[in-house]
Design a protein around this ligand. Structure first.
Ligand code: PEP
Ligand code: MN
Length: 337
């Protein structure tokens, strides 16, 4: 952190600001120019609110030179993190291929989709049991019955499961039964929930909030990590922009940006980004080409009758076609599939 003092600040005032900084446990390095005095703060400034110093009449401006996150920061952890999801590795050279319906509707539905997705090359099965729906009148998911179906299909097909946790009431049951716990876009800044995830042993898939900046998103990962669980995977699922033709706008730039700023794996959900099934293939291919560590794709055996998000779901045959191309792109960018 750098504190710029107002021009011609008296020596007494410089000393006063310096003692304020020292009171916060920081050391100082003072640079005196002809007109300006600048104080460099030395030490851990992550927990310090820079705005506090701006209250002082002698202070012109305060600038943070370090990011406010530590555990997620690549500067302190240069290697890519590789997260183990019940034996499936995510990050580094590995490509996570998560597929399945938006919502669990029945045992037969999930079983049919899971078998087909696995045959195409998917390595993780998704399915929503607890659904965050915009309308209270829409299908809300099968709840615990849906989770039991996912667990049964995991045994039958042999794919670890990914499903969304919305309420802290189910923390224990998810910790026991779910291989990768998804935190949806709408809960990305549910800080109490994030803190409680820190107590779990399971890895967390943290989706980007609808209008979250990179820093806000990484800070949410930092909440989970600082509370004790460093196994976090980031998932971009499109952000709100002025464009209404697509459901959201897929931010592919997040891949290189997040890889520069953090060591956490970054996966892309092209289904919720575009909201249209025919956008999934080109955006999935672009994501892997841009260095994504995985894809989460909604696949449905009968999208026309899906209870949720049928319009953005691929049929199993289209998912199969997609993965054939993804495997080729993966080999070009050095990912193992
Ligand atoms: C989902 O994956 O089913 C979902 C609801 O996603 P998001 O939180 O990104 O909207
Ligand atoms: Mn969905």
């Amino acid at each position: 952190m750098i504190i710029v003092l107002k021009p011609h600040t008296s020596e007494d005032n410089v000393n006063r600001v310096e003692s304020l900084i020292k009171k916060r446990g920081l050391d100082t390095h003072i640079v005196r120019g002809a007109e300006m005095t600048i104080i460099g703060c030395i030490g851990d400034t992550t927990a310090i609110d820079a705005k506090l110093f701006e209250v002082d009449a002698s202070v012109d401006k305060v600038m943070h030179v370090q990011e406010p996150y530590k555990l997620a920061n690549r500067a302190f952890h240069p290697e890519d993190s590789i997260i183990d999801v019940s034996g499936v590795k995510v990050g580094g050279d590995h490509l996570a291929l998560i597929a399945g319906p938006c919502s669990v509707e029945s045992h037969d539905q999930v079983l049919e989709i899971a078998k087909a997705a696995k045959a195409s090359g998917a390595n993780l099965l998704r399915g929503g049991a607890f659904k965050p729906r915009t309308s209270p009148y829409s299908f809300q998911g099968l709840g615990m019955e849906g989770l039991d179906i996912l667990c049964a299909v995991r045994e039958e097909v042999g794919l670890p499961i990914v499903t969304e946790l919305m309420s802290p009431d189910y923390l224990d049951v998810f910790n026991e039964k779910v291989d990768l716990i998804q935190i949806g876009a709408r809960n990305m800044q549910n800080f109490d929930l994030l803190k409680q995830l820190g107590q779990l042993d399971r890895p967390i898939l943290l989706k980007r909030g609808l209008n979250a900046t990179y820093e806000e998103w990484i800070m949410s990962a930092e909440y989970i990590m600082a509370s004790g669980n460093e196994n976090v995977i980031l998932c971009e699922r499109g952000i709100r922009t002025f464009e209404t033709y697509t459901r959201n706008t897929l931010d592919l730039q997040c891949i290189p940006v997040l890889k520069k700023k953090t060591h956490l794996p970054v996966i892309i959900d092209p289904s919720h980004a575009g909201g249209k099934w025919w956008l999934v293939e080109p955006m999935a291919k672009a994501s892997v080409a841009a260095g994504a560590d995985g894809l989460m794709v909604e696949v449905h055996n009968d999208p026309e009758s899906a209870l949720c998000d049928g319009a953005q779901s691929l049929k199993p045959s289209n998912y199969d076609q997609l993965l054939k191309q993804i495997k080729q792109i993966a080999s070009v960018v050095g990912k193992i599939v």
